[in-house]
Ligand binder design. Structure first.
Ligand SMILES: Cc1ncc(COP(=O)(O)O)c(C=O)c1O
Length: 343
Protein backbone atom coordinates (compact mmCIF):
# COMPACT_ATOMS: atom_id res chain seq x y z
CA UNK A 1 0.00 0.00 0.00
CA UNK A 2 1.11 3.56 -0.66
CA UNK A 3 0.17 6.20 1.90
CA UNK A 4 1.76 9.12 0.15
CA UNK A 5 -1.45 11.17 0.48
CA UNK A 6 -2.09 10.62 4.18
CA UNK A 7 -2.32 13.76 6.32
CA UNK A 8 -2.82 14.18 10.06
CA UNK A 9 -4.17 11.76 12.66
CA UNK A 10 -2.74 8.53 14.04
CA UNK A 11 -2.41 5.93 11.29
CA UNK A 12 -1.78 2.19 11.17
CA UNK A 13 0.75 2.72 8.41
CA UNK A 14 4.26 1.22 8.59
CA UNK A 15 7.30 3.00 7.22
CA UNK A 16 7.65 0.12 4.74
CA UNK A 17 4.36 1.36 3.23
CA UNK A 18 5.84 4.76 2.43
CA UNK A 19 6.80 5.69 -1.09
CA UNK A 20 10.55 6.39 -0.93
CA UNK A 21 12.46 8.59 -0.60
CA UNK A 22 10.34 9.82 2.34
CA UNK A 23 11.09 12.30 5.13
CA UNK A 24 10.70 10.62 8.51
CA UNK A 25 10.88 12.37 11.86
CA UNK A 26 11.53 10.39 15.02
CA UNK A 27 8.72 11.38 17.37
CA UNK A 28 10.70 10.89 20.59
CA UNK A 29 13.71 12.87 19.31
CA UNK A 30 11.40 15.67 18.20
CA UNK A 31 9.80 15.85 21.64
CA UNK A 32 13.24 15.84 23.25
CA UNK A 33 14.38 18.75 21.06
CA UNK A 34 11.25 20.80 21.70
CA UNK A 35 11.51 20.25 25.47
CA UNK A 36 15.28 20.80 25.66
CA UNK A 37 15.07 24.11 23.82
CA UNK A 38 12.00 25.28 25.78
CA UNK A 39 13.90 24.61 29.03
CA UNK A 40 16.99 26.50 27.80
CA UNK A 41 15.15 29.40 26.15
CA UNK A 42 11.60 29.56 27.50
CA UNK A 43 8.82 31.71 26.10
CA UNK A 44 9.89 34.78 24.16
CA UNK A 45 13.62 33.94 24.58
CA UNK A 46 13.18 31.73 21.50
CA UNK A 47 11.46 32.81 18.31
CA UNK A 48 11.61 29.49 16.40
CA UNK A 49 12.53 29.82 12.74
CA UNK A 50 10.10 27.86 10.56
CA UNK A 51 12.44 27.93 7.55
CA UNK A 52 14.04 24.70 8.80
CA UNK A 53 10.84 22.64 8.59
CA UNK A 54 8.28 24.64 6.54
CA UNK A 55 5.51 22.71 8.24
CA UNK A 56 2.52 24.34 9.92
CA UNK A 57 1.88 21.32 12.16
CA UNK A 58 5.40 21.54 13.52
CA UNK A 59 5.15 25.32 14.01
CA UNK A 60 2.04 24.64 16.09
CA UNK A 61 4.12 22.29 18.27
CA UNK A 62 6.67 25.06 18.79
CA UNK A 63 3.95 27.49 19.86
CA UNK A 64 2.55 24.81 22.18
CA UNK A 65 6.04 24.52 23.70
CA UNK A 66 5.53 28.07 24.97
CA UNK A 67 7.14 30.31 22.35
CA UNK A 68 4.57 32.92 21.31
CA UNK A 69 6.40 34.31 18.26
CA UNK A 70 7.78 32.67 15.11
CA UNK A 71 10.43 33.63 12.56
CA UNK A 72 9.90 33.28 8.79
CA UNK A 73 12.20 33.69 5.80
CA UNK A 74 9.55 33.98 3.07
CA UNK A 75 6.22 35.68 2.50
CA UNK A 76 4.70 32.29 1.75
CA UNK A 77 5.71 30.99 5.20
CA UNK A 78 3.98 33.98 6.83
CA UNK A 79 0.87 33.50 4.69
CA UNK A 80 0.62 29.81 5.56
CA UNK A 81 1.04 30.44 9.28
CA UNK A 82 -1.54 33.23 9.18
CA UNK A 83 -4.02 30.98 7.36
CA UNK A 84 -3.58 28.44 10.16
CA UNK A 85 -4.20 31.08 12.83
CA UNK A 86 -0.57 31.02 14.03
CA UNK A 87 0.31 34.65 13.29
CA UNK A 88 0.13 36.20 16.75
CA UNK A 89 3.68 37.58 16.32
CA UNK A 90 5.52 36.76 13.08
CA UNK A 91 8.94 38.16 12.23
CA UNK A 92 9.89 37.97 8.57
CA UNK A 93 13.65 38.04 9.18
CA UNK A 94 14.42 38.90 5.61
CA UNK A 95 14.30 41.84 3.22
CA UNK A 96 11.11 42.32 1.20
CA UNK A 97 10.86 44.77 -1.70
CA UNK A 98 7.13 44.29 -2.28
CA UNK A 99 5.40 43.97 1.09
CA UNK A 100 1.79 44.16 -0.10
CA UNK A 101 1.01 40.49 0.62
CA UNK A 102 2.37 40.94 4.15
CA UNK A 103 0.41 44.17 4.53
CA UNK A 104 -2.73 42.23 3.65
CA UNK A 105 -2.00 39.76 6.45
CA UNK A 106 -1.54 42.66 8.89
CA UNK A 107 -4.84 44.17 7.73
CA UNK A 108 -6.47 40.80 8.50
CA UNK A 109 -5.21 40.91 12.10
CA UNK A 110 -1.84 39.14 11.90
CA UNK A 111 1.05 40.78 13.75
CA UNK A 112 3.74 41.08 11.11
CA UNK A 113 7.20 42.58 11.65
CA UNK A 114 9.72 42.66 8.81
CA UNK A 115 13.45 43.22 8.60
CA UNK A 116 14.60 46.34 6.76
CA UNK A 117 18.13 47.36 5.84
CA UNK A 118 17.69 50.17 3.28
CA UNK A 119 15.55 53.18 2.45
CA UNK A 120 13.91 51.05 -0.25
CA UNK A 121 12.85 48.27 2.11
CA UNK A 122 11.62 50.80 4.71
CA UNK A 123 9.50 52.40 2.00
CA UNK A 124 8.31 48.99 0.76
CA UNK A 125 7.13 48.12 4.27
CA UNK A 126 5.27 51.42 4.68
CA UNK A 127 3.81 51.37 1.15
CA UNK A 128 2.77 47.73 1.50
CA UNK A 129 0.80 48.25 4.69
CA UNK A 130 3.18 46.52 7.10
CA UNK A 131 3.15 48.34 10.43
CA UNK A 132 6.25 47.16 12.29
CA UNK A 133 9.90 46.61 11.44
CA UNK A 134 13.24 45.55 12.90
CA UNK A 135 16.35 47.30 11.62
CA UNK A 136 18.49 44.50 10.15
CA UNK A 137 22.16 45.08 10.96
CA UNK A 138 25.15 43.43 9.31
CA UNK A 139 27.16 41.69 12.03
CA UNK A 140 29.75 40.01 9.78
CA UNK A 141 27.86 37.64 7.46
CA UNK A 142 28.11 39.06 3.94
CA UNK A 143 24.38 39.00 3.33
CA UNK A 144 21.56 41.34 4.34
CA UNK A 145 21.84 44.00 7.05
CA UNK A 146 22.87 47.65 7.10
CA UNK A 147 26.10 49.06 8.42
CA UNK A 148 25.68 49.51 12.20
CA UNK A 149 26.42 53.23 11.75
CA UNK A 150 23.39 53.59 9.44
CA UNK A 151 20.87 51.88 11.71
CA UNK A 152 19.77 55.00 13.60
CA UNK A 153 19.02 56.93 10.42
CA UNK A 154 17.04 54.02 9.00
CA UNK A 155 15.01 53.79 12.19
CA UNK A 156 14.29 57.52 11.99
CA UNK A 157 13.12 57.14 8.40
CA UNK A 158 10.90 54.21 9.39
CA UNK A 159 9.33 56.24 12.18
CA UNK A 160 8.76 59.19 9.83
CA UNK A 161 6.93 56.76 7.55
CA UNK A 162 4.64 55.78 10.43
CA UNK A 163 6.22 52.40 11.12
CA UNK A 164 6.68 51.01 14.60
CA UNK A 165 10.36 50.18 15.15
CA UNK A 166 10.50 47.22 17.52
CA UNK A 167 14.30 47.06 17.66
CA UNK A 168 17.14 45.42 15.74
CA UNK A 169 18.17 42.04 14.38
CA UNK A 170 21.58 40.75 13.33
CA UNK A 171 22.17 37.19 12.20
CA UNK A 172 25.64 35.78 12.91
CA UNK A 173 25.17 32.93 10.42
CA UNK A 174 28.88 32.82 9.55
CA UNK A 175 29.64 31.70 13.11
CA UNK A 176 27.13 28.86 13.58
CA UNK A 177 29.61 26.07 12.82
CA UNK A 178 32.69 27.82 14.22
CA UNK A 179 34.90 25.46 16.24
CA UNK A 180 36.09 25.27 18.93
CA UNK A 181 33.15 26.44 20.99
CA UNK A 182 35.25 29.09 22.82
CA UNK A 183 36.09 30.68 19.50
CA UNK A 184 32.41 30.59 18.49
CA UNK A 185 31.52 32.28 21.74
CA UNK A 186 34.17 35.01 21.45
CA UNK A 187 33.34 35.81 17.84
CA UNK A 188 29.62 35.88 18.64
CA UNK A 189 30.34 38.42 21.37
CA UNK A 190 32.21 40.63 18.90
CA UNK A 191 29.39 40.35 16.36
CA UNK A 192 26.77 41.19 18.97
CA UNK A 193 28.75 44.24 20.09
CA UNK A 194 28.01 45.64 16.62
CA UNK A 195 24.34 44.83 17.04
CA UNK A 196 24.14 46.47 20.46
CA UNK A 197 25.90 49.55 19.13
CA UNK A 198 23.17 49.81 16.49
CA UNK A 199 20.47 49.12 19.05
CA UNK A 200 21.64 52.08 21.12
CA UNK A 201 20.82 54.32 18.14
CA UNK A 202 17.59 52.53 17.16
CA UNK A 203 15.84 51.77 20.46
CA UNK A 204 12.96 49.33 20.81
CA UNK A 205 12.50 46.28 23.01
CA UNK A 206 13.77 43.57 20.65
CA UNK A 207 17.34 42.51 19.92
CA UNK A 208 16.96 39.42 17.70
CA UNK A 209 19.65 37.10 16.38
CA UNK A 210 21.27 33.73 16.81
CA UNK A 211 20.62 30.25 15.55
CA UNK A 212 21.06 26.67 16.64
CA UNK A 213 24.86 26.93 16.76
CA UNK A 214 24.83 29.91 19.13
CA UNK A 215 21.54 29.34 20.98
CA UNK A 216 23.25 29.07 24.37
CA UNK A 217 26.27 31.28 23.63
CA UNK A 218 24.52 34.37 22.36
CA UNK A 219 23.51 35.96 25.65
CA UNK A 220 23.35 39.47 24.21
CA UNK A 221 20.08 39.21 22.29
CA UNK A 222 16.58 39.25 23.76
CA UNK A 223 15.47 36.42 21.44
CA UNK A 224 17.15 33.62 19.49
CA UNK A 225 15.92 32.71 15.99
CA UNK A 226 16.98 29.03 15.99
CA UNK A 227 15.30 26.65 13.56
CA UNK A 228 17.49 23.60 12.88
CA UNK A 229 17.43 22.44 16.51
CA UNK A 230 14.03 20.86 16.17
CA UNK A 231 14.98 18.36 13.41
CA UNK A 232 18.79 18.58 13.33
CA UNK A 233 21.28 17.45 10.67
CA UNK A 234 24.75 15.92 10.63
CA UNK A 235 26.52 19.29 10.33
CA UNK A 236 24.96 20.48 13.58
CA UNK A 237 25.32 16.96 15.00
CA UNK A 238 29.10 17.47 14.90
CA UNK A 239 28.90 20.35 17.41
CA UNK A 240 27.90 18.22 20.40
CA UNK A 241 24.68 20.16 21.05
CA UNK A 242 22.03 18.55 23.29
CA UNK A 243 19.59 18.12 20.39
CA UNK A 244 18.95 14.71 18.80
CA UNK A 245 18.92 13.73 15.15
CA UNK A 246 15.16 13.63 14.54
CA UNK A 247 15.13 13.85 10.76
CA UNK A 248 16.07 11.11 8.31
CA UNK A 249 15.11 10.03 4.84
CA UNK A 250 13.70 6.56 4.47
CA UNK A 251 15.11 5.07 1.28
CA UNK A 252 14.95 1.73 -0.53
CA UNK A 253 18.00 -0.22 -1.66
CA UNK A 254 17.49 -0.66 -5.41
CA UNK A 255 20.78 -2.27 -6.48
CA UNK A 256 23.65 -4.18 -4.87
CA UNK A 257 26.88 -4.84 -6.73
CA UNK A 258 29.06 -7.87 -5.91
CA UNK A 259 32.11 -5.67 -6.38
CA UNK A 260 31.22 -4.10 -3.03
CA UNK A 261 28.68 -1.32 -3.19
CA UNK A 262 24.95 -0.73 -2.86
CA UNK A 263 22.62 1.93 -4.22
CA UNK A 264 19.49 3.45 -2.64
CA UNK A 265 16.83 5.67 -4.20
CA UNK A 266 17.72 8.94 -2.44
CA UNK A 267 19.84 11.34 -4.44
CA UNK A 268 20.41 15.03 -5.02
CA UNK A 269 16.73 15.66 -5.71
CA UNK A 270 15.79 14.54 -2.21
CA UNK A 271 18.72 16.01 -0.26
CA UNK A 272 20.25 19.41 0.45
CA UNK A 273 23.94 18.84 -0.30
CA UNK A 274 25.49 22.27 0.36
CA UNK A 275 26.88 21.04 3.70
CA UNK A 276 28.26 17.85 2.16
CA UNK A 277 27.28 14.22 1.66
CA UNK A 278 24.58 12.60 3.79
CA UNK A 279 25.38 9.81 6.25
CA UNK A 280 24.12 6.24 6.57
CA UNK A 281 24.85 4.59 9.91
CA UNK A 282 27.21 1.64 9.48
CA UNK A 283 28.14 2.50 5.90
CA UNK A 284 30.44 4.82 3.95
CA UNK A 285 28.64 7.09 1.53
CA UNK A 286 30.54 7.32 -1.76
CA UNK A 287 28.51 9.93 -3.59
CA UNK A 288 25.04 11.10 -4.59
CA UNK A 289 23.70 11.56 -8.09
CA UNK A 290 20.26 12.78 -9.14
CA UNK A 291 18.20 9.80 -7.94
CA UNK A 292 20.87 7.63 -6.28
CA UNK A 293 23.14 7.37 -3.29
CA UNK A 294 26.02 4.87 -3.62
CA UNK A 295 27.53 3.44 -0.46
CA UNK A 296 29.60 0.53 0.86
CA UNK A 297 30.09 -1.40 4.09
CA UNK A 298 29.84 -4.92 5.42
CA UNK A 299 27.49 -6.64 5.30
CA UNK A 300 25.92 -4.98 2.28
CA UNK A 301 22.12 -4.69 2.44
CA UNK A 302 19.86 -6.59 0.08
CA UNK A 303 17.79 -5.21 -2.75
CA UNK A 304 14.47 -4.06 -1.31
CA UNK A 305 15.85 -3.32 2.19
CA UNK A 306 14.93 -0.01 3.79
CA UNK A 307 17.69 2.26 5.13
CA UNK A 308 17.69 5.67 6.83
CA UNK A 309 19.82 8.48 5.49
CA UNK A 310 20.79 11.51 7.55
CA UNK A 311 21.12 14.79 5.65
CA UNK A 312 23.97 17.22 6.26
CA UNK A 313 21.67 20.25 5.95
CA UNK A 314 18.09 20.13 7.14
CA UNK A 315 16.55 23.24 5.52
CA UNK A 316 17.08 22.54 1.81
CA UNK A 317 16.44 18.82 2.37
CA UNK A 318 12.98 19.42 3.80
CA UNK A 319 12.15 21.87 1.01
CA UNK A 320 12.42 19.03 -1.56
CA UNK A 321 9.62 17.03 0.10
CA UNK A 322 5.84 17.39 0.06
CA UNK A 323 5.25 15.75 3.43
CA UNK A 324 7.02 14.48 6.53
CA UNK A 325 6.05 11.41 8.51
CA UNK A 326 6.27 11.41 12.28
CA UNK A 327 7.42 7.90 13.19
CA UNK A 328 7.94 5.69 16.20
CA UNK A 329 10.56 3.26 14.87
CA UNK A 330 8.70 1.72 11.89
CA UNK A 331 5.19 2.93 12.80
CA UNK A 332 3.94 6.10 11.12
CA UNK A 333 2.26 8.09 13.87
CA UNK A 334 1.19 11.11 11.82
CA UNK A 335 1.79 12.56 8.39
CA UNK A 336 2.19 16.32 8.02
CA UNK A 337 2.18 18.28 4.77
CA UNK A 338 5.29 20.43 4.29
CA UNK A 339 2.86 23.17 3.44
CA UNK A 340 4.96 26.34 3.80
CA UNK A 341 7.05 25.66 0.68
CA UNK A 342 6.97 28.03 -2.29
CA UNK A 343 7.33 31.77 -2.36
C1 LIG B 1 18.12 35.06 9.59
C2 LIG B 1 18.23 33.69 10.16
N1 LIG B 1 17.97 33.51 11.46
C3 LIG B 1 18.03 32.28 12.02
C4 LIG B 1 18.35 31.16 11.27
C5 LIG B 1 18.28 29.80 11.93
O1 LIG B 1 19.49 29.23 12.10
P1 LIG B 1 19.72 27.70 12.46
O2 LIG B 1 19.48 26.92 11.22
O3 LIG B 1 21.13 27.72 12.89
O4 LIG B 1 18.79 27.31 13.53
C6 LIG B 1 18.67 31.31 9.93
C7 LIG B 1 19.10 30.13 9.14
O5 LIG B 1 19.58 30.17 8.06
C8 LIG B 1 18.59 32.60 9.34
O6 LIG B 1 18.85 32.78 8.04
Amino acid sequence: MSCSGATGGVTDVRTTDLVTPALVVDAAALEHNLATMAAALPGTRLRPHVKAHKTTALAARQLAAGHPGLTCATIREAEGLAAAGLAGDLLVANEVVDARRLGALAADGARITIAVDSDATVDAAADGGVREVLIDVNVGLPRCGCDPADAGALAARARRRGLGVRGVMGYEGHLMMEQPRDERSARTGAAMALLLEAHADVGGEIVSGGGTGTYDLNTWVTEIQAGSYVLMDTAYGALGLPFRAALAIEATVISVNRAGWAVADCGLKALGMDHGDPSIEGYDVWYCSDEHVTFSGEPLPRVGDRIRIRPAHVDPTVAYHERMHLVDDTTVVETWPVDLRGW
